[in-house]
Ligand binder design. Structure first.
Ligand code: 3HC
Length: 303
């Protein structure tokens, strides 16, 4: 069955090579997924060779883990490993059909990336963004071909969570959208079409939840108490563990976008910001037994 709002699937174009801009954790998860599910070459780029090498090494290590668990055979492991390569040269995207960016959540950074990519790719190459909360429309507006831009928003952990939000911007072409849905199907994700509004649908709803949880925390309630209180709601993981998985800075970017769009309905946590300023991506640290703990040093950072 065609997903609601998806265009005629026969408009979809083939995708035989994928580019991933960024070689961080999200980009690595995307490169692995595309190579594993689409069985096409995936080229990762980043600003320097060290980052590129780290990103490719992450993918190769994840492939080895899948092999050890028996999720994939030796042939598939070798194939995926060979398909994922890295370079600092975006010129390698010249024959790509689909380039997805997963760089820092800052509109100007993403716009620069798209402009650089557009300068080297074919006229019909799709530019997808994995932004969590920024405007896809704004990302497309200064390009020569804004109709090639589409939002392609995955959820952490990418390998496990089935949902994909596909974001249509006002100028997104039907063939681009149809290709995005075809790619989603190839990736075995359940794609839904969402409009281009701040943080789309899922993060907007999560933003309300995290806004209240971090507000309770800012008001002085222990994080574990807030987590325990929510356990009967059957959440798959506790909110502060989820914030750690997503990363405190990414969570804060989502809140900022929502606050900018919808005002005080969305809370930007002062304590979350204090942790981010101290370079932290999680409230927790691991104790000797591997348990998540809030240390006295962490408490000293908070108010
Ligand atoms: N990376 C890759 N794989 C992971 C993983 C990770 N971080 N965490 C767990 N997995 C895998 C495990 O390896 C396991 O795979 P296997 O069956 O092949 O062994 C599978 O997931 C299930 O893991 P577990 O049995 O250990 O644990 P759970 O059953 O508790 O599931 C979970 C773990 C899937 C992470 C579950 O807790 C969950 O769904 N949590 C909520 C996640 C969520 O809400 N994500 C959305 C965040 S918002 C977002 O990402 C948007 C962005 O824009 C900010």
């Amino acid at each position: 069955k065609r997903p609601a709002g998806a265009p005629d699937p026969t408009l979809a174009r083939p995708v035989t090579k994928v580019g991933v801009v960024g070689a961080g954790l999200m980009a690595g998860q995307l490169a692995l997924l595309f190579a594993r599910r689409l069985t096409v070459p995936v080229v990762m780029t980043d600003v320097d060779q060290a980052r590129v090498d780290k990103g490719v090494a992450y993918v190769h290590a994840e492939v080895a883990k899948l092999r050890e668990k028996g999720r994939i055979g030796a042939d598939a492991a070798n194939r995926i490993t060979a398909l994922v390569t890295g370079t600092v040269d975006k010129g390698q995207f010249a024959d790509a059909d689909f380039v997805i960016e997963a760089v820092f959540e800052e509109l100007s950074v993403k716009k620069t990336v798209f402009a650089e990519v557009e300068a080297v790719v074919r006229e019909d190459c799709i530019l997808a963004t994995n932004t969590s909360s920024l405007s896809v429309t704004a990302m497309a507006e200064d390009l020569a071909h804004p109709e090639r831009v589409v939002g392609f928003h995955f959820f952490n952990p990418v390998a496990v969570l089935p949902l994909l939000e596909i974001v249509r911007a006002p100028k997104t072409d039907d063939a681009v959208l149809a290709t995005a849905f075809a790619v989603a199907k190839g990736l075995k994700k359940s794609a839904v079409l969402v409009t281009d509004s701040a943080a789309f649908v899922v993060n907007r709803i999560l933003g309300r939840m995290f806004g209240e949880i971090t507000a309770v925390f800012d008001e002085g309630t222990d994080a574990h108490v807030a987590d325990t209180a929510l356990a009967p709601m059957g959440l798959p993981m506790t909110p502060f563990a989820l914030l750690a998985l997503v990363g405190l800075p990414v969570g804060a970017h989502v809140q900022e976008s929502l606050h900018a769009a919808f005002g005080d309905r969305f809370h930007v946590s002062a304590n979350q910001q204090r942790l981010i300023d101290a370079g932290r991506t999680s409230l927790f640290e691991k104790d000797a037994d591997g348990n998540d703990v809030v240390t006295d040093e962490t408490l000293a950072l908070l108010e």
